[in-house]
Ligand binder design. Structure first.
Ligand code: G4P
Length: 539
């Protein structure tokens, strides 16, 4: 195998930053770009000032779109590393989109607000990372403010998330006025100069040995005594560092810092790059595929239309898993079973998109998509055909009947709804026996309905009528003998709504588990699944 490929793989770190809204994901991303030299003054990733006034969900959607447009994926270099950061949507509703993004990374950085600790969204995102068994690095942010005691936060990680932690550094100073951090590996203390420009440029610091009396005498006796106590406690009672456990997501290295004031950010970035794994092997229908396999392979994890309203283009984002990607290469597409040529591949550097000539495992490439790609599709060298494991699906929990307000706009309406279904933003159903003027749309959270309404109006010029349905549960219906199931052959079908999914599989929507129990009891020959029969579910 080629040495060049090996080296490119070794250099790559592909990760997502996960956090509850407002914990500092955007700020930290921006600072990593600043240190990587990809931007020069912090504050340019997006204009947060305007977005801060995002009071309504409408604005929230705009914000989400805003983030997607500029920073769905960012690539930059730091030292010898090539870093790919994948953005996870910043809204409250947990979406499949977020989940899929986490399928495409090799590790995650979890941000915790020092004052708030582990929050609701952190828990959900953490769970997904945990299920995948990927390494999770924790950055405790906003140390420039008053917050919880570091030891209490470690307890919280263990009690709320169930993960052991290993502090890589430890704050030096008193709550609300930390002066620096103690590095447990090097046994050095880094003291930061005052933040003079709100973190717009790198922050000056001096580093000295912990046992250097002269250096340490810059600190108050009380601060030194408290630090000595903490260090002793950590060494005696704390977890031992074990990279193997980190690699399996069983132990999280913790870093303390402040993204806004550049306190501890550089140290975090450097340690993270050192410890985080390069692209990892992935399971496929042909066994484990190693990134250094010479044969190219990748999978589609995100599809997004109309990213640029001026161009109305549709991009399929692929994560490269093995081999070398080259512009204009021909690959085998598993779902269509056809060869396709990968023209116009785009990569995202800071805020710019550019056409690229080559890319390596761990990289994310945006492919111009004329409508052939679906989420989870594999593309690979036609000399070795296989499929990566399908993405699990989330059972929908909210349902609405949706139609175009103006029947003259039906064509655009159908186009828009189909597009959003292919992007995986919504799940589409048709009521049995009903005309095709309306669809039943299923989602996981209510925000997705607002996204649907907003995008249909803005991208397709269609106003919609939406009637929420009382159902909370969808069950795909199947019979062991494979015989067709009709509404008339299901006892109690009128207790819910009999619909078909977009592949024409029969599905029953019901109000609750109780109704479901009744259906099951009265139709013993019918099997009920919470996702399509051939797909894996995430509960
Ligand atoms: P998010 O992407 O996770 O939602 O969070 P974001 O980075 O947008 O940060 C949310 C708020 O927290 C912002 O304040 C940001 O400046 C602030 N913040 C981020 N890191 C730190 C930190 O280390 N210390 C302190 N004190 N604040 C931090 P904002 O007032 O909403 O916006 P802005 O006016 O500062 O842009």
């Amino acid at each position: 195998m080629s040495q060049e490929l090996q080296q490119e793989i070794k250099k790559r770190r592909t990760f997502a930053i996960i956090s509850h809204p407002d914990a500092g994901k955007t700020t930290l991303t921006e600072k990593l770009l600043l240190y990587g030299g990809a931007i020069h003054l912090a504050g340019s990733v997006k204009s947060r000032k305007t977005q801060r006034h995002a009071v309504s969900d409408w604005m929230e959607i705009e914000k989400q779109r805003g983030i997607s447009v500029t920073s769905s994926v960012l690539q930059f270099n730091y030292d010898d590393f090539c870093i790919n950061i994948l953005d996870t949507p910043g809204h409250q509703d947990f979406s499949e989109d977020t989940y899929r993004t986490l399928m495409a990374v090799d590790s995650a950085v979890m941000i915790i607000d020092v004052a708030k600790g582990v929050e609701a969204q952190t828990k959900k995102l953490f769970r997904v990372c945990r299920e995948r068994g990927i390494p999770i690095f924790t950055f405790v942010n906003k140390l420039d403010r008053f917050g919880k005691a570091p030891l209490d936060l470690m307890d919280e990680l263990e009690n709320v998330l169930g993960i052991r932690s290993y502090p890589m550094n430890w704050p030096v100073g008193v709550d609300g006025n930390y002066r620096g951090v103690y590095n447990r590996q090097t046994k050095e203390v880094e003291l930061f100069a005052d933040d003079i420009n709100h973190g717009q440029t790198e922050r000056e610091s001096i580093i000295g040995a912990y046992d250097d009396e002269g250096f340490m005498s810059q600190l108050d006796d009380a601060v030194r005594a408290a630090l000595a106590d903490d260090i002793e406690l950590l060494e005696m009672a704390g977890e031992a560092f074990d990279l193997e456990k980190v690699a399996h997501g069983e132990l999280t290295p913790v870093f303390f810092g402040s993204a806004m004031t550049n306190f501890g950010v550089k140290g975090f970035l450097e340690e993270y790059l050192r410890l985080a794994p390069p692209p990892q092997p992935r399971m496929s229908s042909d066994g484990l595929i190693s990134p250094d396999d010479e044969k190219f392979s990748a999978f589609v994890f995100k599809i997004q239309a109309n990213m640029n309203p001026a161009h109305r283009d549709r991009l399929a984002f692929i994560r490269i898993c093995s081999g070398r990607f080259e512009r204009n290469m021909s690959v085998y597409h598993d779902r269509s079973g056809k060869p396709i040529k990968l023209a116009q591949p785009q990569q995202f550097l800071a805020q710019d998109r550019q056409i690229i000539e080559e890319a390596y495992p761990g990289d994310i490439v945006g492919l111009f998509d004329p409508g052939i790609f679906g989420i989870g599709d594999t593309i690979c060298d036609s000399a070795r055909r296989f499929s990566y494991e399908d993405f699990p699906v989330f059972p929908p929990e909210k349902f609405a009947r949706v139609s175009a307000k103006d029947t003259m706009k039906r064509k655009q309406f159908v186009k828009g709804v189909m597009q959003l279904t292919q992007e995986g933003a919504i799940q589409l159903f048709v009521q049995a026996g009903a005309g095709s003027d309306s669809y039943i749309v299923g989602t996981i959270g209510t925000l997705q309905f607002e996204v649907l309404e907003y995008r249909l109006k803005n991208e397709y010029g269609v106003d919609i009528v939406m009637q929420m349905q009382p159902f909370e549960v969808a069950r795909w219906l199947a019979r062991e003998d494979g015989a067709e199931i009709l509404p008339s052959s299901l006892k109690g079908a009128d207790r819910g709504m009999f619909v078909y999914d977009r592949r024409e599989n029969p599905v029953l929507l019901v109000n609750n588990e109780w109704a479901l129990g009744w259906i099951q009891d009265n139709n013993p020959d019918i099997e009920l699944y919470n996702v399509p029969v051939d797909r894996k579910a995430i509960d």
